[in-house]
Structure formats: structure tokens, C-alpha cells
Design a protein around this ligand. Structure first.
Ligand code: FAD
Length: 297
């Protein structure tokens, strides 16, 4: 007889670490909802919360304010995403310094996408940072103690000619000071496993947190994935077939899909997860319950 499956181990929750990503709210109503989500997830003692940065710096003020509020009102570490889009080096540096003045010392450093929507080719602003490699260096030049995470692409970035180029980019971000990578969402766990194998072969040993996106609306997720290069497998599409006007069944199927993905990754030895919450607590709270993470108060 083989031993207990990893995902059914009585000590499961002790060995798993999670982090949660939010986007900055646009209205008071959305802010209330985000705050309810933060308060619900806080007792799960995540490693960190992170808050995205809108296209072209449009959320700069809201991103900073949201991260600063998390730091002030919860015991959880919080990271601000930051991008190079539509800003000169001096403007990006000023934003970093302003975030630092709010007590923020964790960042997720990203190049970003063109403001006219992802899918187009990125053109750096005149006098701006060219990519996330340069942005990581800029953050470290401002404060060498900053904790910096960067992106990683299990199916390679759509602009990348091949995996070797893509992984070389990741390596250069790490050489400049990044200590953690968070992946783009994916639905075939094999893509993540193959990617981690490639990355390790390239001598990269930092944590590569799988970015898990619980599906809130399959058709929206499909369209987002078409733009960001994430493959939607046929089996996944089939599971949501006929559910456009049946939100209850859609939600149950989505929960089952996410549960399957996460437990399979645990069986494969994954212990750290980053959840794209879309500012909703329910799906990720249930996933945490499933993987043994309980509120500490
Ligand atoms: P980089 O790491 O600079 O480049 C990405 C890849 O593009 C490289 O690995 C390389 O393969 C390829 N590439 C780039 N330039 C070249 C070149 N000249 N030649 C060859 N290959 C090249 N976007 C936001 O606007 N706000 C956010 O808050 C945000 N958060 C994110 C969080 C995570 C975890 C992830 C995975 C993505 C996030 N994004 C966000 C999206 C991100 O901005 C886009 O995916 C963007 O297209 C690339 O940004 P990057 O930091 O990965 O770029």
C-alpha cells in the first residue's frame, strides 16, 4: 500500500503558504467590497497581499493608498505592483519613492502592457524603462532592501520568440535583485511543471509561485487568456458548455476546477500558491479550507 496522498496529509495546512492579489477599487462601493475581502482573508495568515497597478499608471494613487491601508490595518505584508508604461524613468522613480514614503517596501515589478489594450506591442516611453529587468534595477538602486517579485510565464510570454529567451529575461530580473516570481495564470498543470523544470535547469532557484485564477466568468477568462497567451484546453471549455445562463452551476463547476488544479499541484509537490482573487473572498477562502489552511482567529 502506498502512503497518504500529499493533498490528504493531516499536516497539509502546515506545509502550504498562500498569497492573494487584489486590484485597486474604482469606487466607494468597490472599496467596501475589497475591504470585506481583505478582512475575510487576513486571518488565513497569507505570506503577503499584493495590489495591481493599472495600465499606464492610472491607478498609481489608488494602488499606493490600498497597499498603505493594508499595511496599517492588517498584520499582513503587502506589495505594490508597479509598471514602466507611459512614464519616464524620473516619473517611475518618483512613484517608487512616494510608495516607499507610505511604508511600502515590497514590490511586484512589471513592464506592463500598452495602454491601448494588451495584445499590441509594447513601446517604451522616451526616456522610460524598457522592461522589467531595468525596473528591478531601478528599485534596487533606490533601496537595496526592497523585496522584489517579478512575473514568469509557464507558456512563455506572447512576445517571446522561445522559452530560452523568456527564461533568460527571468534570469536577468533575478540577477538585478528579484527574489520571487509569480506566474501568469495557467490551466494545464503540466505547463507549470515543464516550466519549473526548464527554469531549474537554467540554474534559477528562487520560488516560482503558481498564479491560480479561480474562474469567475469562463468567457471573460477565455478572452483575457487569448490576449495573454494562456492556453484554454478543450476539456476546460467543455466543462462550462451550456452554462452561460446558469450562474449557480457555473460557480460550482469553477470551484471544482480550481480545487482539482490546486490539489493536483499539491500532489506534484507544490507548497506555495498565489491566488488572483479579483477582489472576491469566497472562491479562495473555500480553496484554502480545502488545502488545510484555517483562520488563526
Ligand atoms: P518583462 O519581464 O519585461 O518581459 C516579459 C517577456 O517578454 C520576457 O520574458 C521576454 O520573453 C519578452 N520580451 C520582452 N521584451 C523583449 C524583447 N525586446 N525581445 C525579446 N523578448 C522580449 N500588468 C499591469 O499593467 N499591472 C499589473 O499590476 C500587473 N501585474 C501582473 C502580475 C503578474 C504575476 C503577471 C504574470 C503579470 C502582470 N501584469 C500586470 C501583466 C504584465 O504587465 C504583462 O504580462 C506584460 O506584457 C509583461 O510584463 P513583464 O513584467 O512580464 O515584462
Amino acid at each position: 500500500m502506498s502512503g497518504v496522498r500529499l493533498s490528504r496529509s493531516p499536516d497539509l495546512g502546515k506545509n502550504i503558504r498562500v498569497s492573494f492579489e487584489f486590484f485597486p477599487p474604482k469606487s466607494e462601493q468597490m472599496e467596501d467590497r475589497l475591504w470585506q475581502t481583505v478582512k475575510r482573508l487576513e486571518p488565513l495568515r497569507p505570506e503577503f497581499f499584493s495590489v495591481t497597478y493599472g495600465a499606464g499608471g492610472t491607478t498609481r494613487e489608488r494602488t499606493g493608498r490600498t497597499v498603505a491601508r493594508i499595511l496599517k490595518e492588517t498584520p499582513v505584508e503587502a506589495a505594490a505592483h508597479i509598471t514602466c508604461v507611459d512614464a519616464t524613468r524620473a516619473e517611475v522613480d518618483a512613484c517608487i519613492r512616494q510608495f516607499a514614503s507610505l511604508g511600502i517596501n515590497r514590490f511586484v515589478a512589471l513592464r506592463g502592457d500598452p495602454t491601448n489594450g494588451s495584445g499590441g506591442k509594447f513601446k517604451p516611453t522616451d526616456g522610460g524603462y524598457q522592461n522589467a529587468i531595468e525596473l528591478v534595477a531601478a528599485l534596487k538602486a533606490i533601496n537595496s532592501d526592497f523585496d522584489i517579485a517579478v512575473s514568469a510565464y509557464p507558456e512563455k510570454h506572447p512576445e517571446s520568440p522561445d522559452f530560452a529567451t523568456d527564461i533568460d529575461f527571468l534570469k536577468r530580473k533575478i540577477d538585478n535583485g528579484a527574489t520571487r516570481a509569480i506566474t501568469q495564470c495557467f490551466f494545464e498543470n503540466q505547463h507549470y511543471q515543464d516550466y519549473v523544470e526548464r527554469v531549474r535547469k537554467a540554474g534559477i532557484d528562487i520560488p516560482i509561485l503558481p498564479g491560480i485564477l479561480p474562474i469567475h466568468d469562463f468567457w471573460q477568462v477565455k478572452s483575457f487568456c487569448e490576449r495573454n497567451g494562456t492556453h484554454i484546453p478543450n476539456w476546460l471549455e467543455q466543462r462550462f458548455e451550456g452554462l452561460k445562463n446558469d450562474p449557480q452551476t457555473h460557480a460550482l463547476v469553477a470551484a471544482a476546477v480550481a480545487a482539482e488544479q490546486v490539489t493536483e499541484l499539491i500532489e506534484q509537490g507544490v507548497t506555495d500558491f498565489h491566488f488572483y482573487t479579483l477582489n472576491r473572498s469566497e472562491p479562495v477562502y473555500a480553496l484554502c479550507q480545502l488545502i488545510g489552511i484555517r483562520p488563526s482567529y
